[in-house]
Design a protein around this ligand. Structure first.
Ligand code: ADP
Ligand code: MG
Ligand code: ZN
Length: 559
């Protein structure tokens, strides 16, 4: 009987580590007990060891299915140099080479055999696998099996069928960093894993500081940032190839040590850039999301998103590539509302299934909310991934934002009641236009001029009101309907604001400071503040805060 003791020995002997990380032990012992297992750990959590160690302890060849052709070689090389016999079969090697490796595998040459999922499309390949004793099948990046994941690979759907054809009834382990309940469920049901056999570790990364930067020239920001961190390794993600080229050119021109990576470049070029980056010969990599899945580079000090990522899953996976060594690292999103249009366009162009399109647009909305929330960004991420009730991190851009929150309940009420008067059938722009009293013909044609909320916020610009609406969306007061023309509706939380059961607080920028509560009674109490203090004979150094006054005004009977 194999014990964890021996797993521990293998950890030390082959990988040189003294102790397991959280979740590794449980996954390994689960596998060694023959249970199909799902292992969900953040990027950099150490998922590879979870199947590599059992592979060394079990009799036969462990089959590893991985979508990352570019990384198979690196992984296999690393295993080989640690004295572990492993190989891979994918489209990068010749037919003869593949044949030879399969012959070697048949005679028990390898402890691990990595294959690309597309191999499973071939029944003759599966027949060949049937001749190899396989105790364990590891499915890496298992979210690729889910249509709801961000990298769906149809060939992954063949895995279950493969399992039924292999004679030794192998154990299966599925590994991913994507934790959303939907994807988790999909992995378990598609691969026949009992949901109870899921090992999931905390998603908090205590060494990462998140922030969202708005209203700055992005190229200038990046140039300054890279200059300041010239000795550090970093990744800059852009949404399109064109943007990658733009940022790359800019940094290159300034003489920085920069590389680029996107699907429009030849695979030779990409491989070369990747290697240079891994070896610290290039310090900044400008890339689309094609870059980095599974990359094991520990000293990445920052990840900047030049544009809004398409959803929180991709965002956290990409940002999570920073600071794998546990040292402090930064993750910055450069946000401009213009990006929403780019991402919508990309979604509409690449997703033709209507239902899916709506799903993706909703995910995009949650990404936008991340950029507008004033709460802790780490908490936002953890809640998104189903870890409720976490404490504010104290490190992120919002936790360290020292601006003072002011009460904007009245303005929120104006927006919400305007939406209701417009029948909750319109989007952000239309609502902002009505509130600022726009003369836009479409608005007047619809008869919105007659609404009591028309022009109610005309002291502000449509842009300011739009931003305020984004803020209300991100804090959950307003819901956004899916579809190409998202309509706004009042959420339950928003209804509580309308019925004065809840106040809305916002950290104000200078120009929007006039949005203070103008409640009559409150103003009256305010003017009486001094007298109240005297009457109650409180010492002069006690000053009632506005908060207290508001409380009092709510409690006072109106006669
Ligand atoms: P993942 O696949 O979860 O993103 P990896 O398997 O690539 O992560 O591991 C990330 C890094 O953590 C690697 O450099 C790996 O060697 C290291 N690592 C894994 N397990 C341990 C451990 N028990 N102790 C120390 N380092 C570890
Ligand atoms: Mg991995
Ligand atoms: Zn925080």
């Amino acid at each position: 009987m194999l014990t964890l003791e021996t797993a521990q020995d293998v950890l030390k002997k082959y990988f040189g580590y003294d102790s397991f990380r959280w979740g590794q032990e449980e996954t390994i012992s689960n596998i060694l007990s023959g249970n199909h297992t799902a292992c969900i750990m953040p990027t950099g959590g150490g998922k590879s060891l979870c199947y590599q160690i059992p592979a060394l302890l079990l009799e036969g060849t462990t089959l590893v299915i991985s979508p990352l052709i570019s990384l198979m070689k690196d992984q296999v090389d690393a295993l080989n140099s640690a004295g572990i016999s492993a190989t891979y079969i994918n489209s990068s090697i010749s037919v003869q080479e593949a044949r030879q490796r399969m012959d070697e595998a048949r005679v028990g040459e390898y402890q691990l055999l990595y294959i690309a999922p597309e191999r499973l499309e071939s029944q003759s390949f599966i027949n060949e696998l049937r001749d190899i004793p396989i105790p364990l099948v590891a499915v890496d990046e298992a979210h690729c099996i889910s249509q709801w994941g961000h990298d769906f690979r149809p060939s992954y759907l063949r895995i279950h069928q493969l399992l039924t054809q292999l004679p030794d009834n192998p154990t299966l382990v599925a590994l991913t960093a994507t934790a959303t309940p939907q994807v988790r469920l999909d992995i378990c049901t598609t691969l026949g894993i009992n949901e109870d056999q899921t090992v999931i570790t905390g998603f908090e990364r205590e060494n990462l500081s998140f922030s969202v930067v708005k209203g700055q020239d992005r190229l200038v920001f990046i140039e300054d940032y890279v200059k300041k961190n010239i000795k550090e390794a970093g990744i800059i993600y852009a949404a399109t190839r064109k943007e990658v080229e733009n940022v790359y050119e800019r940094l290159k021109k300034k003489g920085m040590n920069v590389g680029k990576y996107h699907a429009g470049l030849s695979s030779d070029y990409r491989e070369k850039e990747q290697t240079l980056f891994l070896n610290d010969e290039i310090s900044v990599m400008v890339a689309t999301s094609a870059f980095g899945m599974g990359i094991d580079k520990s000293n990445i000090r920052y990840v900047i998103h030049h544009q809004l990522p398409k959803n929180m899953e991709s965002y956290y996976q990409e940002a999570g590539r920073a600071g794998r060594d546990g040292l402090e690292s930064e993750c910055i999103v450069l946000y401009s509302p213009m990006d929403i249009r780019i991402q919508r366009y990309l979604i509409e162009q690449t997703t033709h299934n209507h239902e899916r399109q709506i799903q993706e647009l909703e995910k995009l909305q949650q990404m936008i909310n991340f950029c507008h929330t004033e709460g802790c960004l780490q908490v936002y991420i953890l809640e998104y991934f189903g870890e409720a009730e976490s404490e504010p991190c104290g490190r992120c851009g919002n936790c360290t934002d020292e601006r003072i929150a002011v009460d904007v309940t009245t303005d929120a009420q104006k927006v919400l009641s305007c939406m209701i008067r417009m029948g909750e059938r319109f989007g952000k722009t239309a609502v902002a236009q009505v509130l600022t009293g726009s003369r836009n013909k479409k608005m007047t044609d619809l008869g919105f001029e007659g609404l009591s909320t028309y022009g109610l916020m005309k002291d502000q610009t449509a842009k300011q009101v739009s931003e305020f609406i984004e803020f209300l969306i991100s804090e959950g007061y307003i819901l956004v309907g899916g579809g190409s023309y998202p309509t706004l509706s009042v959420s339950n939380k928003g209804k509580e604001v309308l019925t004065k059961k809840m106040n809305v607080m916002r950290k104000e920028t200078v120009e929007t400071k006039q949005l203070v509560q103008d409640d009559e009674l409150f103003q009256y109490l305010r003017s009486l503040r001094k007298e109240i203090a005297q009457e109650e004979k409180v010492p002069p150094f006690v000053v009632f805060s506005d908060e207290t006054l508001r409380d009092m005004s709510a409690k006072l009977p109106i006669t």
